[in-house]
Design a protein around this ligand. Structure first.
Ligand code: GDD
Ligand code: MN
Length: 407
């Protein structure tokens, strides 16, 4: 994958304010008119570079752009259409996906800022002006053309497409915790190039903005500018089944990325007390789940649904199942022990059962001594259960999972 960091240095001594990157595949009926309109909508005195990244479109889009440049310029391939606008085309060998094309464009562009848009007029060129002035006002923000903030809309999208878009949006906002961004799936957005420092792209498909937001740990200023998304008039959408599969794969990758980086952050930042408390909280959550499971399994094995056992036998099955699930959950979740070696796990299991039995013994003993020393039964019970569950956690932490008590 191309890493845009390599090219960030170049930007420093370049005077282009923004590079508008337009990926194209079979956009022959749109591209000329789009180039005209973009130039018409660039704010005065702003130096702009327009880069068309074409994946060898069979309909000749790339050649049409070459011609457009030639017609308007003497210097081939690079054209100063008006004093402030330079147009370039990048010819790629084959159709290798929207994200790849955009990343390629970003890697080769000279702008201090980058603006990404589609070639099919779904992203209205009139909005570019506003986005560029926002970039000037807020030089550290991602500016997103948004369909889902006040004033934004979708015009002429098929119902199926609308549902897909809404579903994908919901997954991103809730599954990936991007609740503060209303249109993280937008393909129309702008940002200062330095935002991409340390970002390496490794998803395919259409959702490059989503990847940027997640890799920035959702920790970057975002401004959403409303616009109306219009369905394309010419040509066909390239969004197909494989784009949806790519999307789901990307969400999965980004989800795991988010969790990993969150975990790394808390571990390097958090004090021992935070780790201790969070492990204790998990341990007792597991305990509560075991309690419920124990009850349900015992019932199901006695009432004929899973078995028709005597009540004592059913109780034994309930205990065996819940002790086992408790063990597994504590091993893999509470104490994050990734080692799956069977012998080691069986030994740990034995130790876990031992520590839990020790807990029961401690409960009996402490209740006995407290009660005998004159304390009422309900208070003795409360203290006894507390002492037993605290020692249960500490013994398992130390003896079963071989951790220091205080970490
Ligand atoms: N170079 C290149 N290579 N360009 C591509 C490729 C590719 O493989 N696939 C698509 N494009 C170009 C198209 O020519 C167009 O300019 C732009 O990328 C978007 O492609 P469309 O096929 O028109 O996408 P869409 O309208 O279905 O999706 C758009 O709207 C979505 C929001 O509903 C995109 O902007 C998505 O990013 C956006 O999420
Ligand atoms: Mn489109």
């Amino acid at each position: 994958m191309l890493n845009v960091n390599d090219t960030l240095q170049e930007v420093k001594d370049d005077q282009k304010f923004v590079s508008i990157i337009i990926p194209t595949f079979n956009e022959s009926l749109n591209i000329r008119e789009l180039l005209n309109q973009i130039q018409f909508n660039i704010p005065a005195k702003t130096n702009v570079e327009i880069i068309i990244v074409d994946d060898n479109s069979p309909d000749g889009t790339g050649l049409i752009v070459e011609k457009y440049i030639e017609e308007n310029s003497k210097a081939p391939k690079q054209k100063l259409i008006s004093k402030n606008v330079l147009i370039r085309v990048i010819h790629r060998k084959e159709k290798a996906g929207l994200i790849a094309a955009i990343v390629n464009g970003i890697g080769l562009c000279k702008g201090k800022n980058v603006l990404i848009m589609d070639a099919d007029f779904s992203h209205p060129p009139e909005v570019i002006n506003k986005m560029i002035s926002e970039l000037k006002k807020a030089p550290n923000c991602i500016i997103i053309g948004s369909r889902y903030v006040d004033g934004g809309a979708i015009d002429g999208m098929s119902f199926k497409r609308f549902l897909l878009s809404q579903g994908a949006n919901w997954i991103a906002r809730h599954g990936l915790s991007l609740k503060n961004v209303y249109d993280p799936m937008s393909g129309f957005f702008a940002f200062p190039k330095h935002v991409l420092q340390d970002v390496e792209f490794n998803t395919n498909g259409f959702k490059i903005l989503l990847e940027i937001l997640i890799k920035k740990n959702n920790n970057i200023c975002v401004k959403e500018i409303p616009y109306t998304f219009r369905d394309r008039k010419h040509g066909q959408s390239k969004l197909d089944f494989s784009t949806i599969v790519d999307y789901l794969k990307a969400v999965w990758k980004l989800y795991r990325y988010g969790r990993k980086s969150k975990r790394q952050n808390t571990q390097s930042e958090s004090r021992k007390s935070v780790k201790f408390i969070s492990k204790a909280a998990r341990f007792y959550t597991v305990g509560a789940s075991g309690f419920v499971l124990n009850y349900i399994i015992s019932i199901l094995f006695s009432n004929g649904i899973l078995g028709n056992l005597e009540y004592l036998q059913a109780t034994a099955v309930g205990i065996a199942v819940s002790v086992t699930t408790n063990f597994l959950l504590n091993k893999f979740w509470t104490f994050e022990d990734k080692n799956r070696d069977l012998i080691r796990s069986i030994k740990q299991y034995g130790m876990f059962v031992g520590c839990s039995s020790l807990g029961i013994l401690i409960q009996f003993l402490s209740i006995y001594f407290l009660r005998e020393s004159g304390m009422s039964y309900d208070i003795s019970l409360l203290l006894g259960v507390t002492i037993a569950s605290v020692s249960n956690f500490l013994f398992n932490k130390k003896l079963t999972f071989k951790e220091n008590i205080w970490e």
